[in-house]
Design a protein around this ligand. Structure first.
Ligand code: NAD
Length: 503
């Protein structure tokens, strides 16, 4: 039996089980269908087969979930932090115990390749452990004495929060948001992406088994415009943590205005990788390929714009094209697969439309530029050359395995091109000149910059973007800043010196 057959066989019982039950919502500790009784279907991008039906929650389900989160909030807020810590570690244990199942289901649901998703499952457990350990210090504050006051600060959880996640790496991203919210003492209503609901359901089950009290974490499946919108408009939801498209972020901001929603946005990107001619070019080539073609290019931090110095561009682009053509496109459950199918037919059509745009704009297609097979949503890893930064293919997020290469001659020109985009999520700089690396990092408009490195996650560091790529940061203490309210308490330390009125 091949490794692929073996993995398909391992997935089968999970598929059979979910085919029977469907994906239920989970409100106040009870798994349940939508109040309206409506369902929608979710399919696998590998062969377009139906995975299961999904409860189609709307404003009624969101209201029930928000009320459950509100009711559960005081007790969860007042639960000793050491208890919260223990429960979050138990969730991490549960994730590790089911890591293989999570990875297989995530691959089938999203089309992401197993080689990445097995790590993503374990990263979800790391997220819970990291914030579990921080829960006991979440309320820590400062002492800021003044001549007449002992001023102290403390933090309290903001209340029930809404978490809305996208389809690209849903399990990892859900844990990244939910873990700090729970550690801070907030209760949660989670609305996963309608295109990939599977692992949110597994995560919910794990949390229940780990002893999370009913109502602390609620799950409502549904469409963005229905369940998602209702969550952002609900008066009992105090904040929205959102990961997704920049235009959806704008919509959420407008939807949340009436209830003065606090928002945290992790949005799109058109991230530059800048390769200077003094760089370690073999390593830069590896990084360029990895950062755009891994995770199907469906990755907010993908380096979708290559800025390459003209002195090395010919050779670099030839090698890049050869490597892109050699990438293994295949079944997501095959351990050999490097690029799997894109999430959905509509998304594949959007990605493939960029091939036509590239030609119309006068760029060249040096690799890919076509569909692979006629079943499933596979496209070939694609490289556009002869491109300029003002082209649509250099400005719009394509969110697929598609790289646009642009040439520059001077450092100043490279910086201007790198910043000439609405986005500002990440940047990758390849140079062996440390002074230039520092200078360039300083000028680059991006929330996260890696020099001579790929994107290596380190949980204590701030994660997030500038410009149209986001508002706010996750990671370290930054997550708690979002999920908590800062309080100042001033205590008189001497005789009260209050101006006396009316005497
Ligand atoms: P999307 O914005 O279409 O959907 C994301 C979520 O928002 C889904 O759950 C959807 O149902 C919901 N939604 C849609 N309309 C809504 C509305 N009006 N009100 C409330 N909720 C609504 O994004 P997507 O296509 O699922 O994901 C891809 C995008 O996510 C890309 O732009 C990518 O760059 C971005 N992303 C960013 C990061 C980051 O950390 N910056 C990480 C992953 C993905």
């Amino acid at each position: 039996m091949s490794a692929l057959d073996d993995n398909i066989a391992k997935l089968a019982p999970h598929l059979a089980r979910i085919g029977e039950t469907g994906f239920l919502n989970h409100i106040g500790g009870v798994a349940q269908p939508a109040v309206s009784g409506a369902w929608f279907e979710t399919t696998s991008p590998t062969d377009d087969s139906v995975i299961a039906h999904v409860a189609r929650g709307d404003a009624h389900d969101v209201d029930a979930a928000a009320q459950a989160a509100k009711a559960a909030f005081p007790a969860w807020r007042d639960t000793p932090a050491t208890t919260r810590k223990r429960i979050l570690h138990a969730i991490a244990d549960g994730i590790e115990a089911r890591a293989e199942e999570i990875a297989l289901c995530e691959c089938w649901d999203t089309g992401q390749a197993l080689r990445y998703m097995s790590k993503a499952a374990l990263r979800g457990a790391e997220n819970f452990r990291f914030f579990a350990d921080r829960a006991p210090s979440a309320r820590d504050g400062q002492s800021l004495p003044s001549p007449s006051l002992m001023n102290i600060t403390t933090r309290v959880p903001i209340g029930p929060v809404g978490i809305i996640t996208p389809w690209n790496t849903p399990f990892m991203l859900s844990t990244w948001k939910i873990a700090p919210a729970l550690a801070a003492g907030c209760t949660v209503v989670h609305k996963p992406a309608e295109l990939s609901p599977w692992t949110a359901r597994i995560l919910m089950d794990i949390a229940e088994e780990a002893g999370l009290p009913p109502g602390v974490w609620n799950l409502v499946n549904g469409m963005g415009e229905e369940a998602g919108r209702a969550l952002t408009e609900h008066p009992e939801i105090k904040a929205i943590a959102f990961v997704g498209d920049s235009s959806t972020g704008s919509a959420i901001m407008a939807q949340g205005a009436a209830t003065l929603k606090r928002v945290h946005f992790e949005l799109g990107g058109k991230n530059p990788i800048i390769v200077f001619d003094d760089a370690d070019l073999e390593a830069a080539l590896d990084a360029t390929i990895f950062m755009i073609y891994s995770l199907n290019g469906e990755r907010c931090t993908s380096s979708s714009r290559l800025l390459v110095q003209d002195t090395i561009a010919d050779d670099f682009e030839v090698k890049l094209a050869a490597r892109a053509k050699a990438i293994t496109v295949g079944h997501p459950l095959d351990p050999a697969t490097e690029v799997g199918p894109l999430i959905h037919e509509a998304h594949r059509a959007k990605v493939m439309a960029s091939f036509e745009t590239a030609v119309t704009e006068g760029a060249a297609i040096a690799a890919g530029g076509c569909r692979v097979g006629d079943t499933g949503q596979f496209v070939a890893p694609t490289l556009f050359t002869n491109a300029t930064n003002d082209m649509v293919i250099a400005q719009k997020e394509i969110f697929g395995p598609v790289l646009t290469a642009i040439r520059f001659s001077t450092e100043d020109e490279a910086l201007a091109l790198a910043n000439d985009t609405p986005y500002g999520l990440t940047g990758y700089i390849w140079t062996n000149d440390i002074t230039r690396a520092m200078r360039f990092s300083d000028g680059l408009e991006a929330g996260m910059i890696w020099v001579n490195s790929a994107n290596v996650r380190h949980l204590p560091t701030p994660f997030g973007g500038m410009k149209a790529s986001g508002i706010g940061r996750d990671g370290g203490d930054w997550s708690f800043e979002f999920y908590m309210e800062q309080k100042h308490i001033g205590i008189g330390t001497g005789p009260a010196q209050i101006p006396r009125l009316g005497v």
